[in-house]
Design a protein around this ligand. Structure first.
Ligand code: ADP
Ligand code: MG
Length: 251
């Protein structure tokens, strides 16, 4: 558990800031005035029950979904509002999802280097560096099917981090994994993320995951962020009865 000062108390320009994001589907606001600030080196967990609008928020930040209103800033620079939009591939955002499959026909090393710019040697060197950090360098010339689910997940993480994204968006990245493996991979992922100069927004419906990984938790319900703060504070000072119920529900 992390009891670092809350992001809002810091004065530096956030790596990622979203202001007043709104998105309707069929006349219903599924993202309803969501604002967040995340510093480089910080992990914020967007935590809430299924259907509360977490993935839609993430998809808007990634640029694959459009907001009805609101703005997104990276390092203080506007990248998206209703009139102006930097395309997804130019946002320097890394993505990781539960079913973010590796390319089966590419070697593990080529999977990690996929999409990198530069010489063949430079790309190989970056793949080696990241695979060493997830302790899978020995598989660099192997293929995804030779790896376990947990190992494939670590390769996917290495691949997302290879281009040095300014922001990492992770949508329930561990939910496909065996319970037995999950804690270890969560811890390993966290330490790797902390070594990179990136701001992390991690979506989860599991309080335990948010408590384990977050510097800050943004508790979401019905499209709104209902409470935000350090994990310890959110857990110990729940905003209402629904928050108590959500945290005590073991899923
Ligand atoms: P979460 O990730 O928290 O489970 P989502 O962001 O996926 O929630 O979905 C929030 C709500 O928006 C849900 O009710 C979902 O059915 C609805 N929704 C999401 N995407 C679409 C879409 N493309 N068209 C219509 N409704 C959608
Ligand atoms: Mg979702």
């Amino acid at each position: 558990m992390n009891t670092a000062p809350e992001v809002s108390a810091m004065q530096t320009t956030p790596r990622l800031e979203i202001r007043n994001l709104v998105r309707h589907f069929n006349g219903r606001a599924v993202v309803d005035d969501v604002s967040l600030r995340i510093q480089a080196g910080q992990v914020t967990c967007l935590l809430g029950p299924s259907g509360c609008g977490k993935s839609t928020t993430l998809r808007i930040i990634a640029g694959v979904e459009m907001q009805d209103s609101g703005e997104i800033y990276v390092d203080g620079k506007l990248i998206c509002d209703t009139d102006y939009r930097v395309p997804p591939e130019r946002r320097e955002i890394g993505l990781m999802f539960q079913d973010f499959a590796l390319f089966p026909h590419l070697s593990v090393g080529d999977n990690v280097a996929f999409g990198l710019k530069g010489t063949k040697e430079a790309k190989r060197a970056r793949a080696e560096e990241l695979l060493a950090r997830v302790d899978l360098l020995r598989f660099i010339d192997g293929f995804p099917h030779q790896l376990s689910g947990g190992e494939q997940q670590r390769v996917a993480l290495a691949r997302s981090l290879a281009p040095r994204p300014r922001i990492m968006l992770m949508d329930e990245p561990f939910s496909g994994l065996d319970n037995r493996l999950r804690d270890g991979i969560r811890d390993e992922t966290l330490s790797l993320l902390k070594e990179e100069d990136t701001a992390v927004l991690l979506v989860t419906h599991e309080p335990e995951e948010a408590m384990r990984m977050a510097d800050e938790i943004a508790l979401m319900r019905g499209g709104k962020i209902v409470q935000q703060g350090a994990p310890y504070n959110v857990y110990n000072r729940p905003v209402d009865h629904a928050a108590v119920a959500f945290f005590s529900d073991t899923n």
